[in-house]
Design a protein around this ligand. Structure first.
Ligand SMILES: Cc1cc2nc3c(=O)[nH]c(=O)nc-3n(C[C@H](O)[C@H](O)[C@H](O)COP(=O)(O)OP(=O)(O)OC[C@H]3O[C@@H](n4cnc5c(N)ncnc54)[C@H](O)[C@@H]3O)c2cc1C
Ligand code: FES
Length: 512
């Protein structure tokens, strides 16, 4: 659905009696043939496009917080005053509409003039380094570059990434794209002209071989050097591979991190009948669901007792297993492969699973080699402070590699979540410009299995108890992970408002 989708609700250009929408209330309607959300806040009225610019989530079902609205699906946040996409995963603004009050009615009168200058807003921040270099054009790197320009940074801005397709929508690679329900043109985060207009140089024919923080320069793989005023490291994570002796013959084992990896699995799936997935991780299970959508026979092999138990606990783990079994997936749990050869995956218990396609989703490790070699402080990730700065002044890190002080859990954490990486990219960009806000975002991720989305707010590596509120099999549930009286994290299925409300209350608890 887009803002242009067949309009529902009242015609807001014809006017709505003011008394029909109470203070704090919202109304979904249309204007100029487009879906519009009308919001009443005290003496003010706002109207913006009703369809989230990320994956078209319905903003009228979201949560209004002050003069913003948060999307119910993946928690993007838009300004009600301007339509500006304030927080990822949405990267594009929605339309802002003008509102007038006359004779007891409120009218949406037309689109507000667009904010111009190619996404550049007025200069903010106190520092303007001569040049910024970003290593890695993934979630964090892309968002940092966009934010620098949005915040008015006018210096030279270069984004290095050897991946010819970057930047793109990585979460989609195991979901709709792999299932065959999203076309290739969904995958880029923006068209090439977006970067050209903003003078964001994406350098794809070189990768960064070393960084030299004291000299403030990077060394490229061809030996060339580039100086920087500020540097952001956003090199992401690398899939863990099986021991080489296990990958003896056919079929080739696939891993999934890049667009090219996803395309290779799609090509292999086209010729395959039976797939074996190694690892009951988020990626492994999403791949299983997508390959079932392509009608392959799918077996999942994992050493765990339950899928995702370490992150989601036993109740959700059992539910996810049932869900996949209902869709025809066979599990081989408590098992590891002992060899892959001749079209067969052999398990440690001697079982032999025929396979034309094998995908391993057995975890990732943060890509911290550049940071380690540069002598930055590293502790199972690149150690950063509340402003995402590493132990070297002027060098920042964000995304899957960053271990940051998380005020919610009270410790340093590192996560592998798309939205967190994007928001850290945004925060690092602001720090580079001398803004002093601390990164206090509540971690959030989502995962999609068939028609069941799971939203997770907070962070719980360990917990004392799990409270299941609602009915998992009825697809209406909140699972709370607690330590004593504290709620550390909440996973929800079709309880989007509750997920948003949890996020807001967790933010309030730390003054975010
Ligand atoms: C298939 C898949 C599905 C996912 N689904 C979800 C999901 O549903 N929800 C969720 O929250 N998270 C999901 N994730 C995780 C999410 O994508 C990551 O957390 C996020 O991409 C991390 O962002 P990042 O910027 O740290 O790294 P990345 O997005 O991985 O980007 C890092 C970039 O750095 C580049 N790079 C590496 N080394 C160098 C170098 N030396 N020089 C230059 N460039 C370099 C790489 O080529 C890469 O493009 C998924 C991940 C995958 C792989
Ligand atoms: S659809 Fe709105 S945040 Fe994803």
């Amino acid at each position: 659905m887009s803002e242009d989708a067949a309009p529902t609700g009242p015609d807001l250009e014809a006017g709505i009696p003011i008394g029909e929408i109470p203070d704090g209330g919202t109304l979904a309607g249309h204007a100029g043939g487009k879906a519009v959300l009308l919001v009443h806040q005290g003496k003010e009225w706002f109207a913006i496009g009703a369809v989230c610019s990320h994956y078209s989530g319905p903003l009228p079902e979201g949560l209004v917080v002050g003069d913003t609205v948060r999307c119910p699906w993946h928690h993007a946040c838009f300004s009600l005053r301007t339509g500006e996409a304030l927080r990822p995963p949405a990267l594009n603004d929605v339309t802002c509409w003008q509102v007038e009050q006359r004779a007891g009615k409120v009218y949406v009168t037309g689109e507000a003039p667009k904010r111009g200058n190619g996404g550049r807003s007025t200069k903010r921040g106190s520092r303007h380094p001569e040049s910024v270099v970003i290593v890695g054009a993934g979630a964090a790197g892309d968002c940092a570059a966009e934010t620098l320009r949005r915040e008015g940074y006018q210096g030279r801005l270069r984004l290095y990434d050897p991946d010819p397709d970057a930047p793109y929508d990585r979460p989609n690679l195991s979901k709709d794209y792999l299932a065959g329900t999203a076309s290739e043109d969904w995958i880029p985060l923006h068209p090439p002209e977006f970067y050209r207009e903003r003078e964001i140089e994406i350098v794809r024919d070189r990768s960064v071989a070393a960084i030299e923080p004291k000299a403030r320069r990077i060394r490229l793989d061809d030996g060339g050097t580039v100086e920087f005023g500020a540097l952001l490291l956003a090199t992401g994570a690398i899939p863990i591979r099986l021991p080489p002796e296990m990958e003896r013959g056919k079929p080739v084992v696939h891993y999934l991190r890049s667009f090219a990896d996803s395309k290779a699995i799609v090509a292999a799936a086209g010729k395959a009948k039976r797939a074996v997935i190694l690892g009951a991780s988020f990626i492994g299970l999403e791949v299983a669901a997508s390959l079932r959508a392509r009608k392959l026979e799918v077996h999942v092999v994992a050493p765990d007792r339950r899928p995702l138990e370490r992150v989601m606990g036993p109740e959700l783990g059992d539910f996810i297993r049932r869900l996949h079994e209902e869709h025809g997936v066979s599990f081989h749990l408590g098992q590891k492969p002992s060899g892959i050869d001749g079209g067969v995956v052999t398990l440690e218990n001697g079982a032999r699973l025929p396979a034309d396609l094998v995908v391993a989703g057995i975890g990732v490790r943060p890509n911290i080699e550049l940071a380690e070699r540069a002598g930055l402080s590293v502790d199972r990730g690149v150690v950063v402070d509340e402003r995402l700065q590493t132990s070297a002044p002027g060098v920042y890190a964000a995304g899957d590699i960053a271990r940051w002080p998380d005020p919610h859990s009270g410790g340093r954490i590192r996560v592998e979540h798309w939205v967190v990486a994007q928001r850290q990219g945004q925060a690092a960009a602001r720090s580079i410009l001398g803004e002093t806000d601390r990164f206090r975002t509540v971690p959030f991720f989502w995962s999609q299995h068939y028609d069941v989305p799971i939203n997770y707010v907070g962070h719980a590596e360990r917990w004392d108890s799990i409270d299941v509120d609602g009915n998992l099999d009825g697809r209406d549930c909140a699972v709370r992970f607690r330590a004593g009286e504290r709620t550390l994290a909440v996973a929800t299925i079709y309880r989007d408002r509750e997920s948003l409300e949890t996020e807001v209350s967790m933010e309030a608890a730390v003054g975010a």
